[in-house]
Design a protein around this ligand. Structure first.
Ligand code: LMR
Length: 390
């Protein structure tokens, strides 16, 4: 039976981690998978998380099961951060998931149980979105996320929504669009919120980079605008980047519904699906994030650490954008984009040459992780770009 299975390629993005590690060139540059890097190229554990982990080790009395919902203290502590201090939290509930991927998977599976069949999504998108949609047997309805001028293509979203209705959901990136870095403006989010409410489609927001774009509050503007108008919504959340918890797999699914009874019914499906999939999420990282959010001093430290990451990413973006034209490439649009990522319009051959001849690693889509750039490697990177795209 099992012998019939054909060979599947490794995930192209994750494969870059190993390829980069195996490269002996000392001046190689990693712009591949989306992890934050310091000016020294490190991805350290947040000091606030380290302090919380020490506390956990000293004070945690048991590791007995919590249930499919995970650590609800963690889930609830994030609610004001995501939805705002003034949120009518009665309409929103959540559960912990293994990373943001677990949140997206669960959101789509719950939507499918509710009768959703088509997922409208701006492309390009994070490749795993399409993989999860396909694996669940849902139909992906793509529309262009960005226009040629490097701004968000609201017209394409409007056109996609004009053909949508009940049975459809739209998957949107809350901020720091992955892979383009092209975010909707606040005014565009206001219009999107109106359009979604009018079209009667279910909003599903993937908020995986809160705090890495404009700021914690600013990066949730779109989510809050959509939830203020929509009767129902699903939000998948990741703490991978903004708490630096990547491999600890810390995320959540939030549900907004019409009234307590509906919310409880929807959540019961989330619980049942989680139980049948991973049973319970891993505890450690979420417990550490909860301790951070429950302690004003640690929370303040976390906010400062996040702000300095955001500052470094913004500075690298500005430095890259400041180079303007490099060969045939115009880097200036990067200065108007947000978060870790940007897409460079390079051919497969050029991307291959950057890796083979210059030790520059990036996704096959031309996506670069801006956080992989430093003042120490920026010149070399742009010189390599000028050579391959000259
Ligand atoms: C990325 O897009 O590089 C990250 O979100 C890591 C991942 O899981 O793909």
């Amino acid at each position: 039976m099992l012998n019939r299975l054909d060979q599947q390629p490794p995930d192209a993005l994750l494969a870059l981690i190993k390829l980069y590690e195996a490269d002996p060139r000392p001046d190689k540059i990693d712009l591949g998978v989306g992890v934050y890097r310091t000016a020294e190229g490190a991805t350290p554990v947040f000091a606030a998380i380290k302090a919380a982990e020490r506390r956990l080790v000293n004070e945690q009395r048991s590791k007995a099961y919590l249930g499919p919902e995970g650590d609800m203290g963690f889930v609830r502590a994030l609610i004001p951060v995501i939805f705002g201090a003034a949120t009518a939290t009665g309409d929103i509930d959540g559960m912990q998931t293994p990373g943001g991927t677990g949140g997206v998977r669960l959101a789509l599976a719950v939507a499918r149980r509710a009768g959703v069949r088509r997922i409208l999504m701006g492309t390009p998108s994070w490749p795993n979105h399409a993989q999860i949609i396909a694996d669940l047997g849902l139909e992906l309805v793509p529309f262009a996320h960005a226009s040629a001028d490097g701004t968000a293509d609201l017209g394409a979203l409007r056109a996609a929504l004009s053909t949508a209705g009940a049975g459809d959901a739209v998957l949107l990136h809350g901020c720091c669009h992955n892979p383009t870095g092209v975010d909707y403006s606040d005014a565009q989010w206001d219009e999107i919120a109106r359009l979604l409410a009018d079209a009667g489609v279910l909003p599903l927001i993937d908020l995986a980079y809160q705090g890495l774009g404009r700021g914690l509050e600013e990066d949730s503007y779109g989510t809050r605008a959509v939830l203020a108008r929509a009767p129902e919504a699903l939000v998948a959340y990741s703490c991978d980047k903004n708490f630096g918890l990547y491999r600890d797999r810390v995320g959540a699914l939030y549900v907004m519904a019409q009234g307590d009874a509906a919310l409880a019914r929807i959540m019961s499906h989330g619980m049942a699906l989680a139980r049948a999939t991973w049973s319970m999420p891993p505890d450690h990282g979420a417990a550490a994030a909860r301790l951070v959010l429950e302690d004003p001093a640690l929370e303040g430290q976390w906010r400062e650490e996040l702000a300095s990451m955001r500052g470094r990413i913004g500075a690298m973006r500005a430095a890259l954008a400041g180079r303007g034209r490099v060969g045939a490439l115009d880097l200036s649009p990067l200065g108007r984009q947000f978060g870790m990522f940007a897409i460079l319009p390079l051919s497969g051959e050029q991307i291959h040459s950057l890796c083979a001849d210059h030790g520059v690693y990036m996704a096959g889509s031309g996506r670069i992780n801006v956080a992989g750039l430093t003042t120490g490697n920026l010149d070399r990177f742009t010189a390599a770009l000028a050579q391959v795209a000259g």
